[in-house]
Design a protein around this ligand. Structure first.
Ligand code: NDP
Length: 324
């Protein structure tokens, strides 16, 4: 029987268990996948801790590359043997084999290796919608990106550079600053040792930035608002340091008629056409070499506990994969 990581109660990494699972044949509209590489994402820790509630017991993980083993009734776009990848759909990507709704899966081009796909689909499609749809980043703009040396961060730095957008990136260490710079980040700020608001003001001649991309959450929220120019857009897309506290809307008027959005990849790829367009855009920037996917950590899938520990301890950089 295949194995998967599952959890029966919320908590620390120790709740993740390596278990045998029954997969079965695909129902109508489903595919059965043999998974070749699984992506680790910060959202996995929110499911595990209960910050984002899920029904228990539960599988975990939202992203993988795989080979189609069998297709259910009505599935016409995929056949056994196809190489595919996904980011989203039902939890349960941390598995050797699984069923998936066929309409959440995309075929992989020959140029994209399985490990690369598992490392980039969720983080890369997130960057796609954040910089092309949540705010259409324009050549010549300067944006602030928190955690610039992380998985989403390194993809964002490179993609934005290719568009002619300057990135001010915050990072938690000098090594991470060097890594972000090597991936196209224009200016870095070590927000553990420097006041990032003062630094952003200095770098922008006092003007601030038109948009802040903040996946850090609790610790950076207040400072992020102070980095925005009038009518600026605060894109709060994650909670690596904890959830943002309830907000008094009046703060947005006081700080210059600001806009705020709290977007998720799931909304931006809910329609099949949006999922395919987003994946295609990612395949293009990776295929052209504009964006390189930095896989800086690999773990055996059964060692997912350790991968979660390292991610939450800020020990990882770039993308991380788990190998079945
Ligand atoms: P990362 O690889 O970026 O890891 C998180 C990073 O956050 C850490 O490496 C660390 O970098 C930084 N960080 C700052 N404070 C803390 C803290 N207290 N504890 C832990 N980490 C901290 O993760 P991902 O690339 O997977 O995701 C980045 C963010 O984007 C996450 O918040 C994630 O939830 C969000 N996200 C949101 C999506 C959406 O659609 N809304 C989709 C995908 C991701 P440093 O040491 O440099 O500070």
């Amino acid at each position: 029987m295949p194995h998967a990581i599952r959890f029966h109660e919320t908590g620390g990494p120790e709740v993740l268990r390596w278990e045998e699972v029954e997969v079965g044949a695909p129902s109508a509209g489903q595919v059965r996948l043999r998974q070749t590489a699984v992506g680790l994402n910060y959202i996995d820790t929110y499911h595990r801790t209960g910050l984002y509630p899920v029904a228990l017991p539960s599988g975990i993980g939202l992203e993988a590359a795989a080979v189609v083993e069998a297709v259910g009734e009505g599935v016409t776009e995929l056949k056994p043997g196809d190489r595919v990848a996904y980011a989203g759909g039902p939890l349960g990507a941390y598995a050797e084999a699984r069923l998936m709704p066929a309409d959440r899966v995309v075929k992989l081009p020959d140029s994209i290796r399985d490990e690369t796909a598992a490392a980039m689909m969720l983080q890369g499609m997130t960057v796609e919608y954040l910089i092309r749809r949540t705010h259409r980043c324009q050549k010549g703009e300067t944006v602030l990106w928190h955690a610039a040396a992380g998985g989403v961060g390194l993809i964002a730095c490179q993609w934005l550079k290719s568009l002619g957008v300057a990135v001010i990136g915050t990072v938690g260490s000098d090594e991470k600053a060097a890594l972000a710079k090597a991936h196209g980040c224009t200016h870095t700020i070590n927000y553990r040792t420097e006041n990032f608001v003062e630094k952003v003001k200095e770098l922008t001649g006092g003007a601030g930035v038109p948009v802040v991309y903040d996946g850090v959450g609790k610790d950076t929220w207040d400072g992020s608002l102070d980095c925005l120019s009038p009518l600026g857009l605060m894109v709060s897309f994650g909670n690596a340091s904890g959830a943002v506290a309830p907000v008094n809307l009046g703060i947005l008027s006081q700080k210059g008629s600001l806009f705020v959005t709290r977007p998720t990849l799931m909304t931006y790829t809910a329609k099949r056409e949006d999922l395919v367009t987003s994946a295609q855009a990612l395949f293009e920037v990776v295929g052209s070499g504009a964006v390189e996917i930095e896989i800086n950590q690999r773990y055996a899938l059964k060692d997912a506990q350790q991968a979660h520990r390292d991610l939450e301890a800020r020990k990882t950089t770039g993308s991380t994969i788990l190998l079945p």
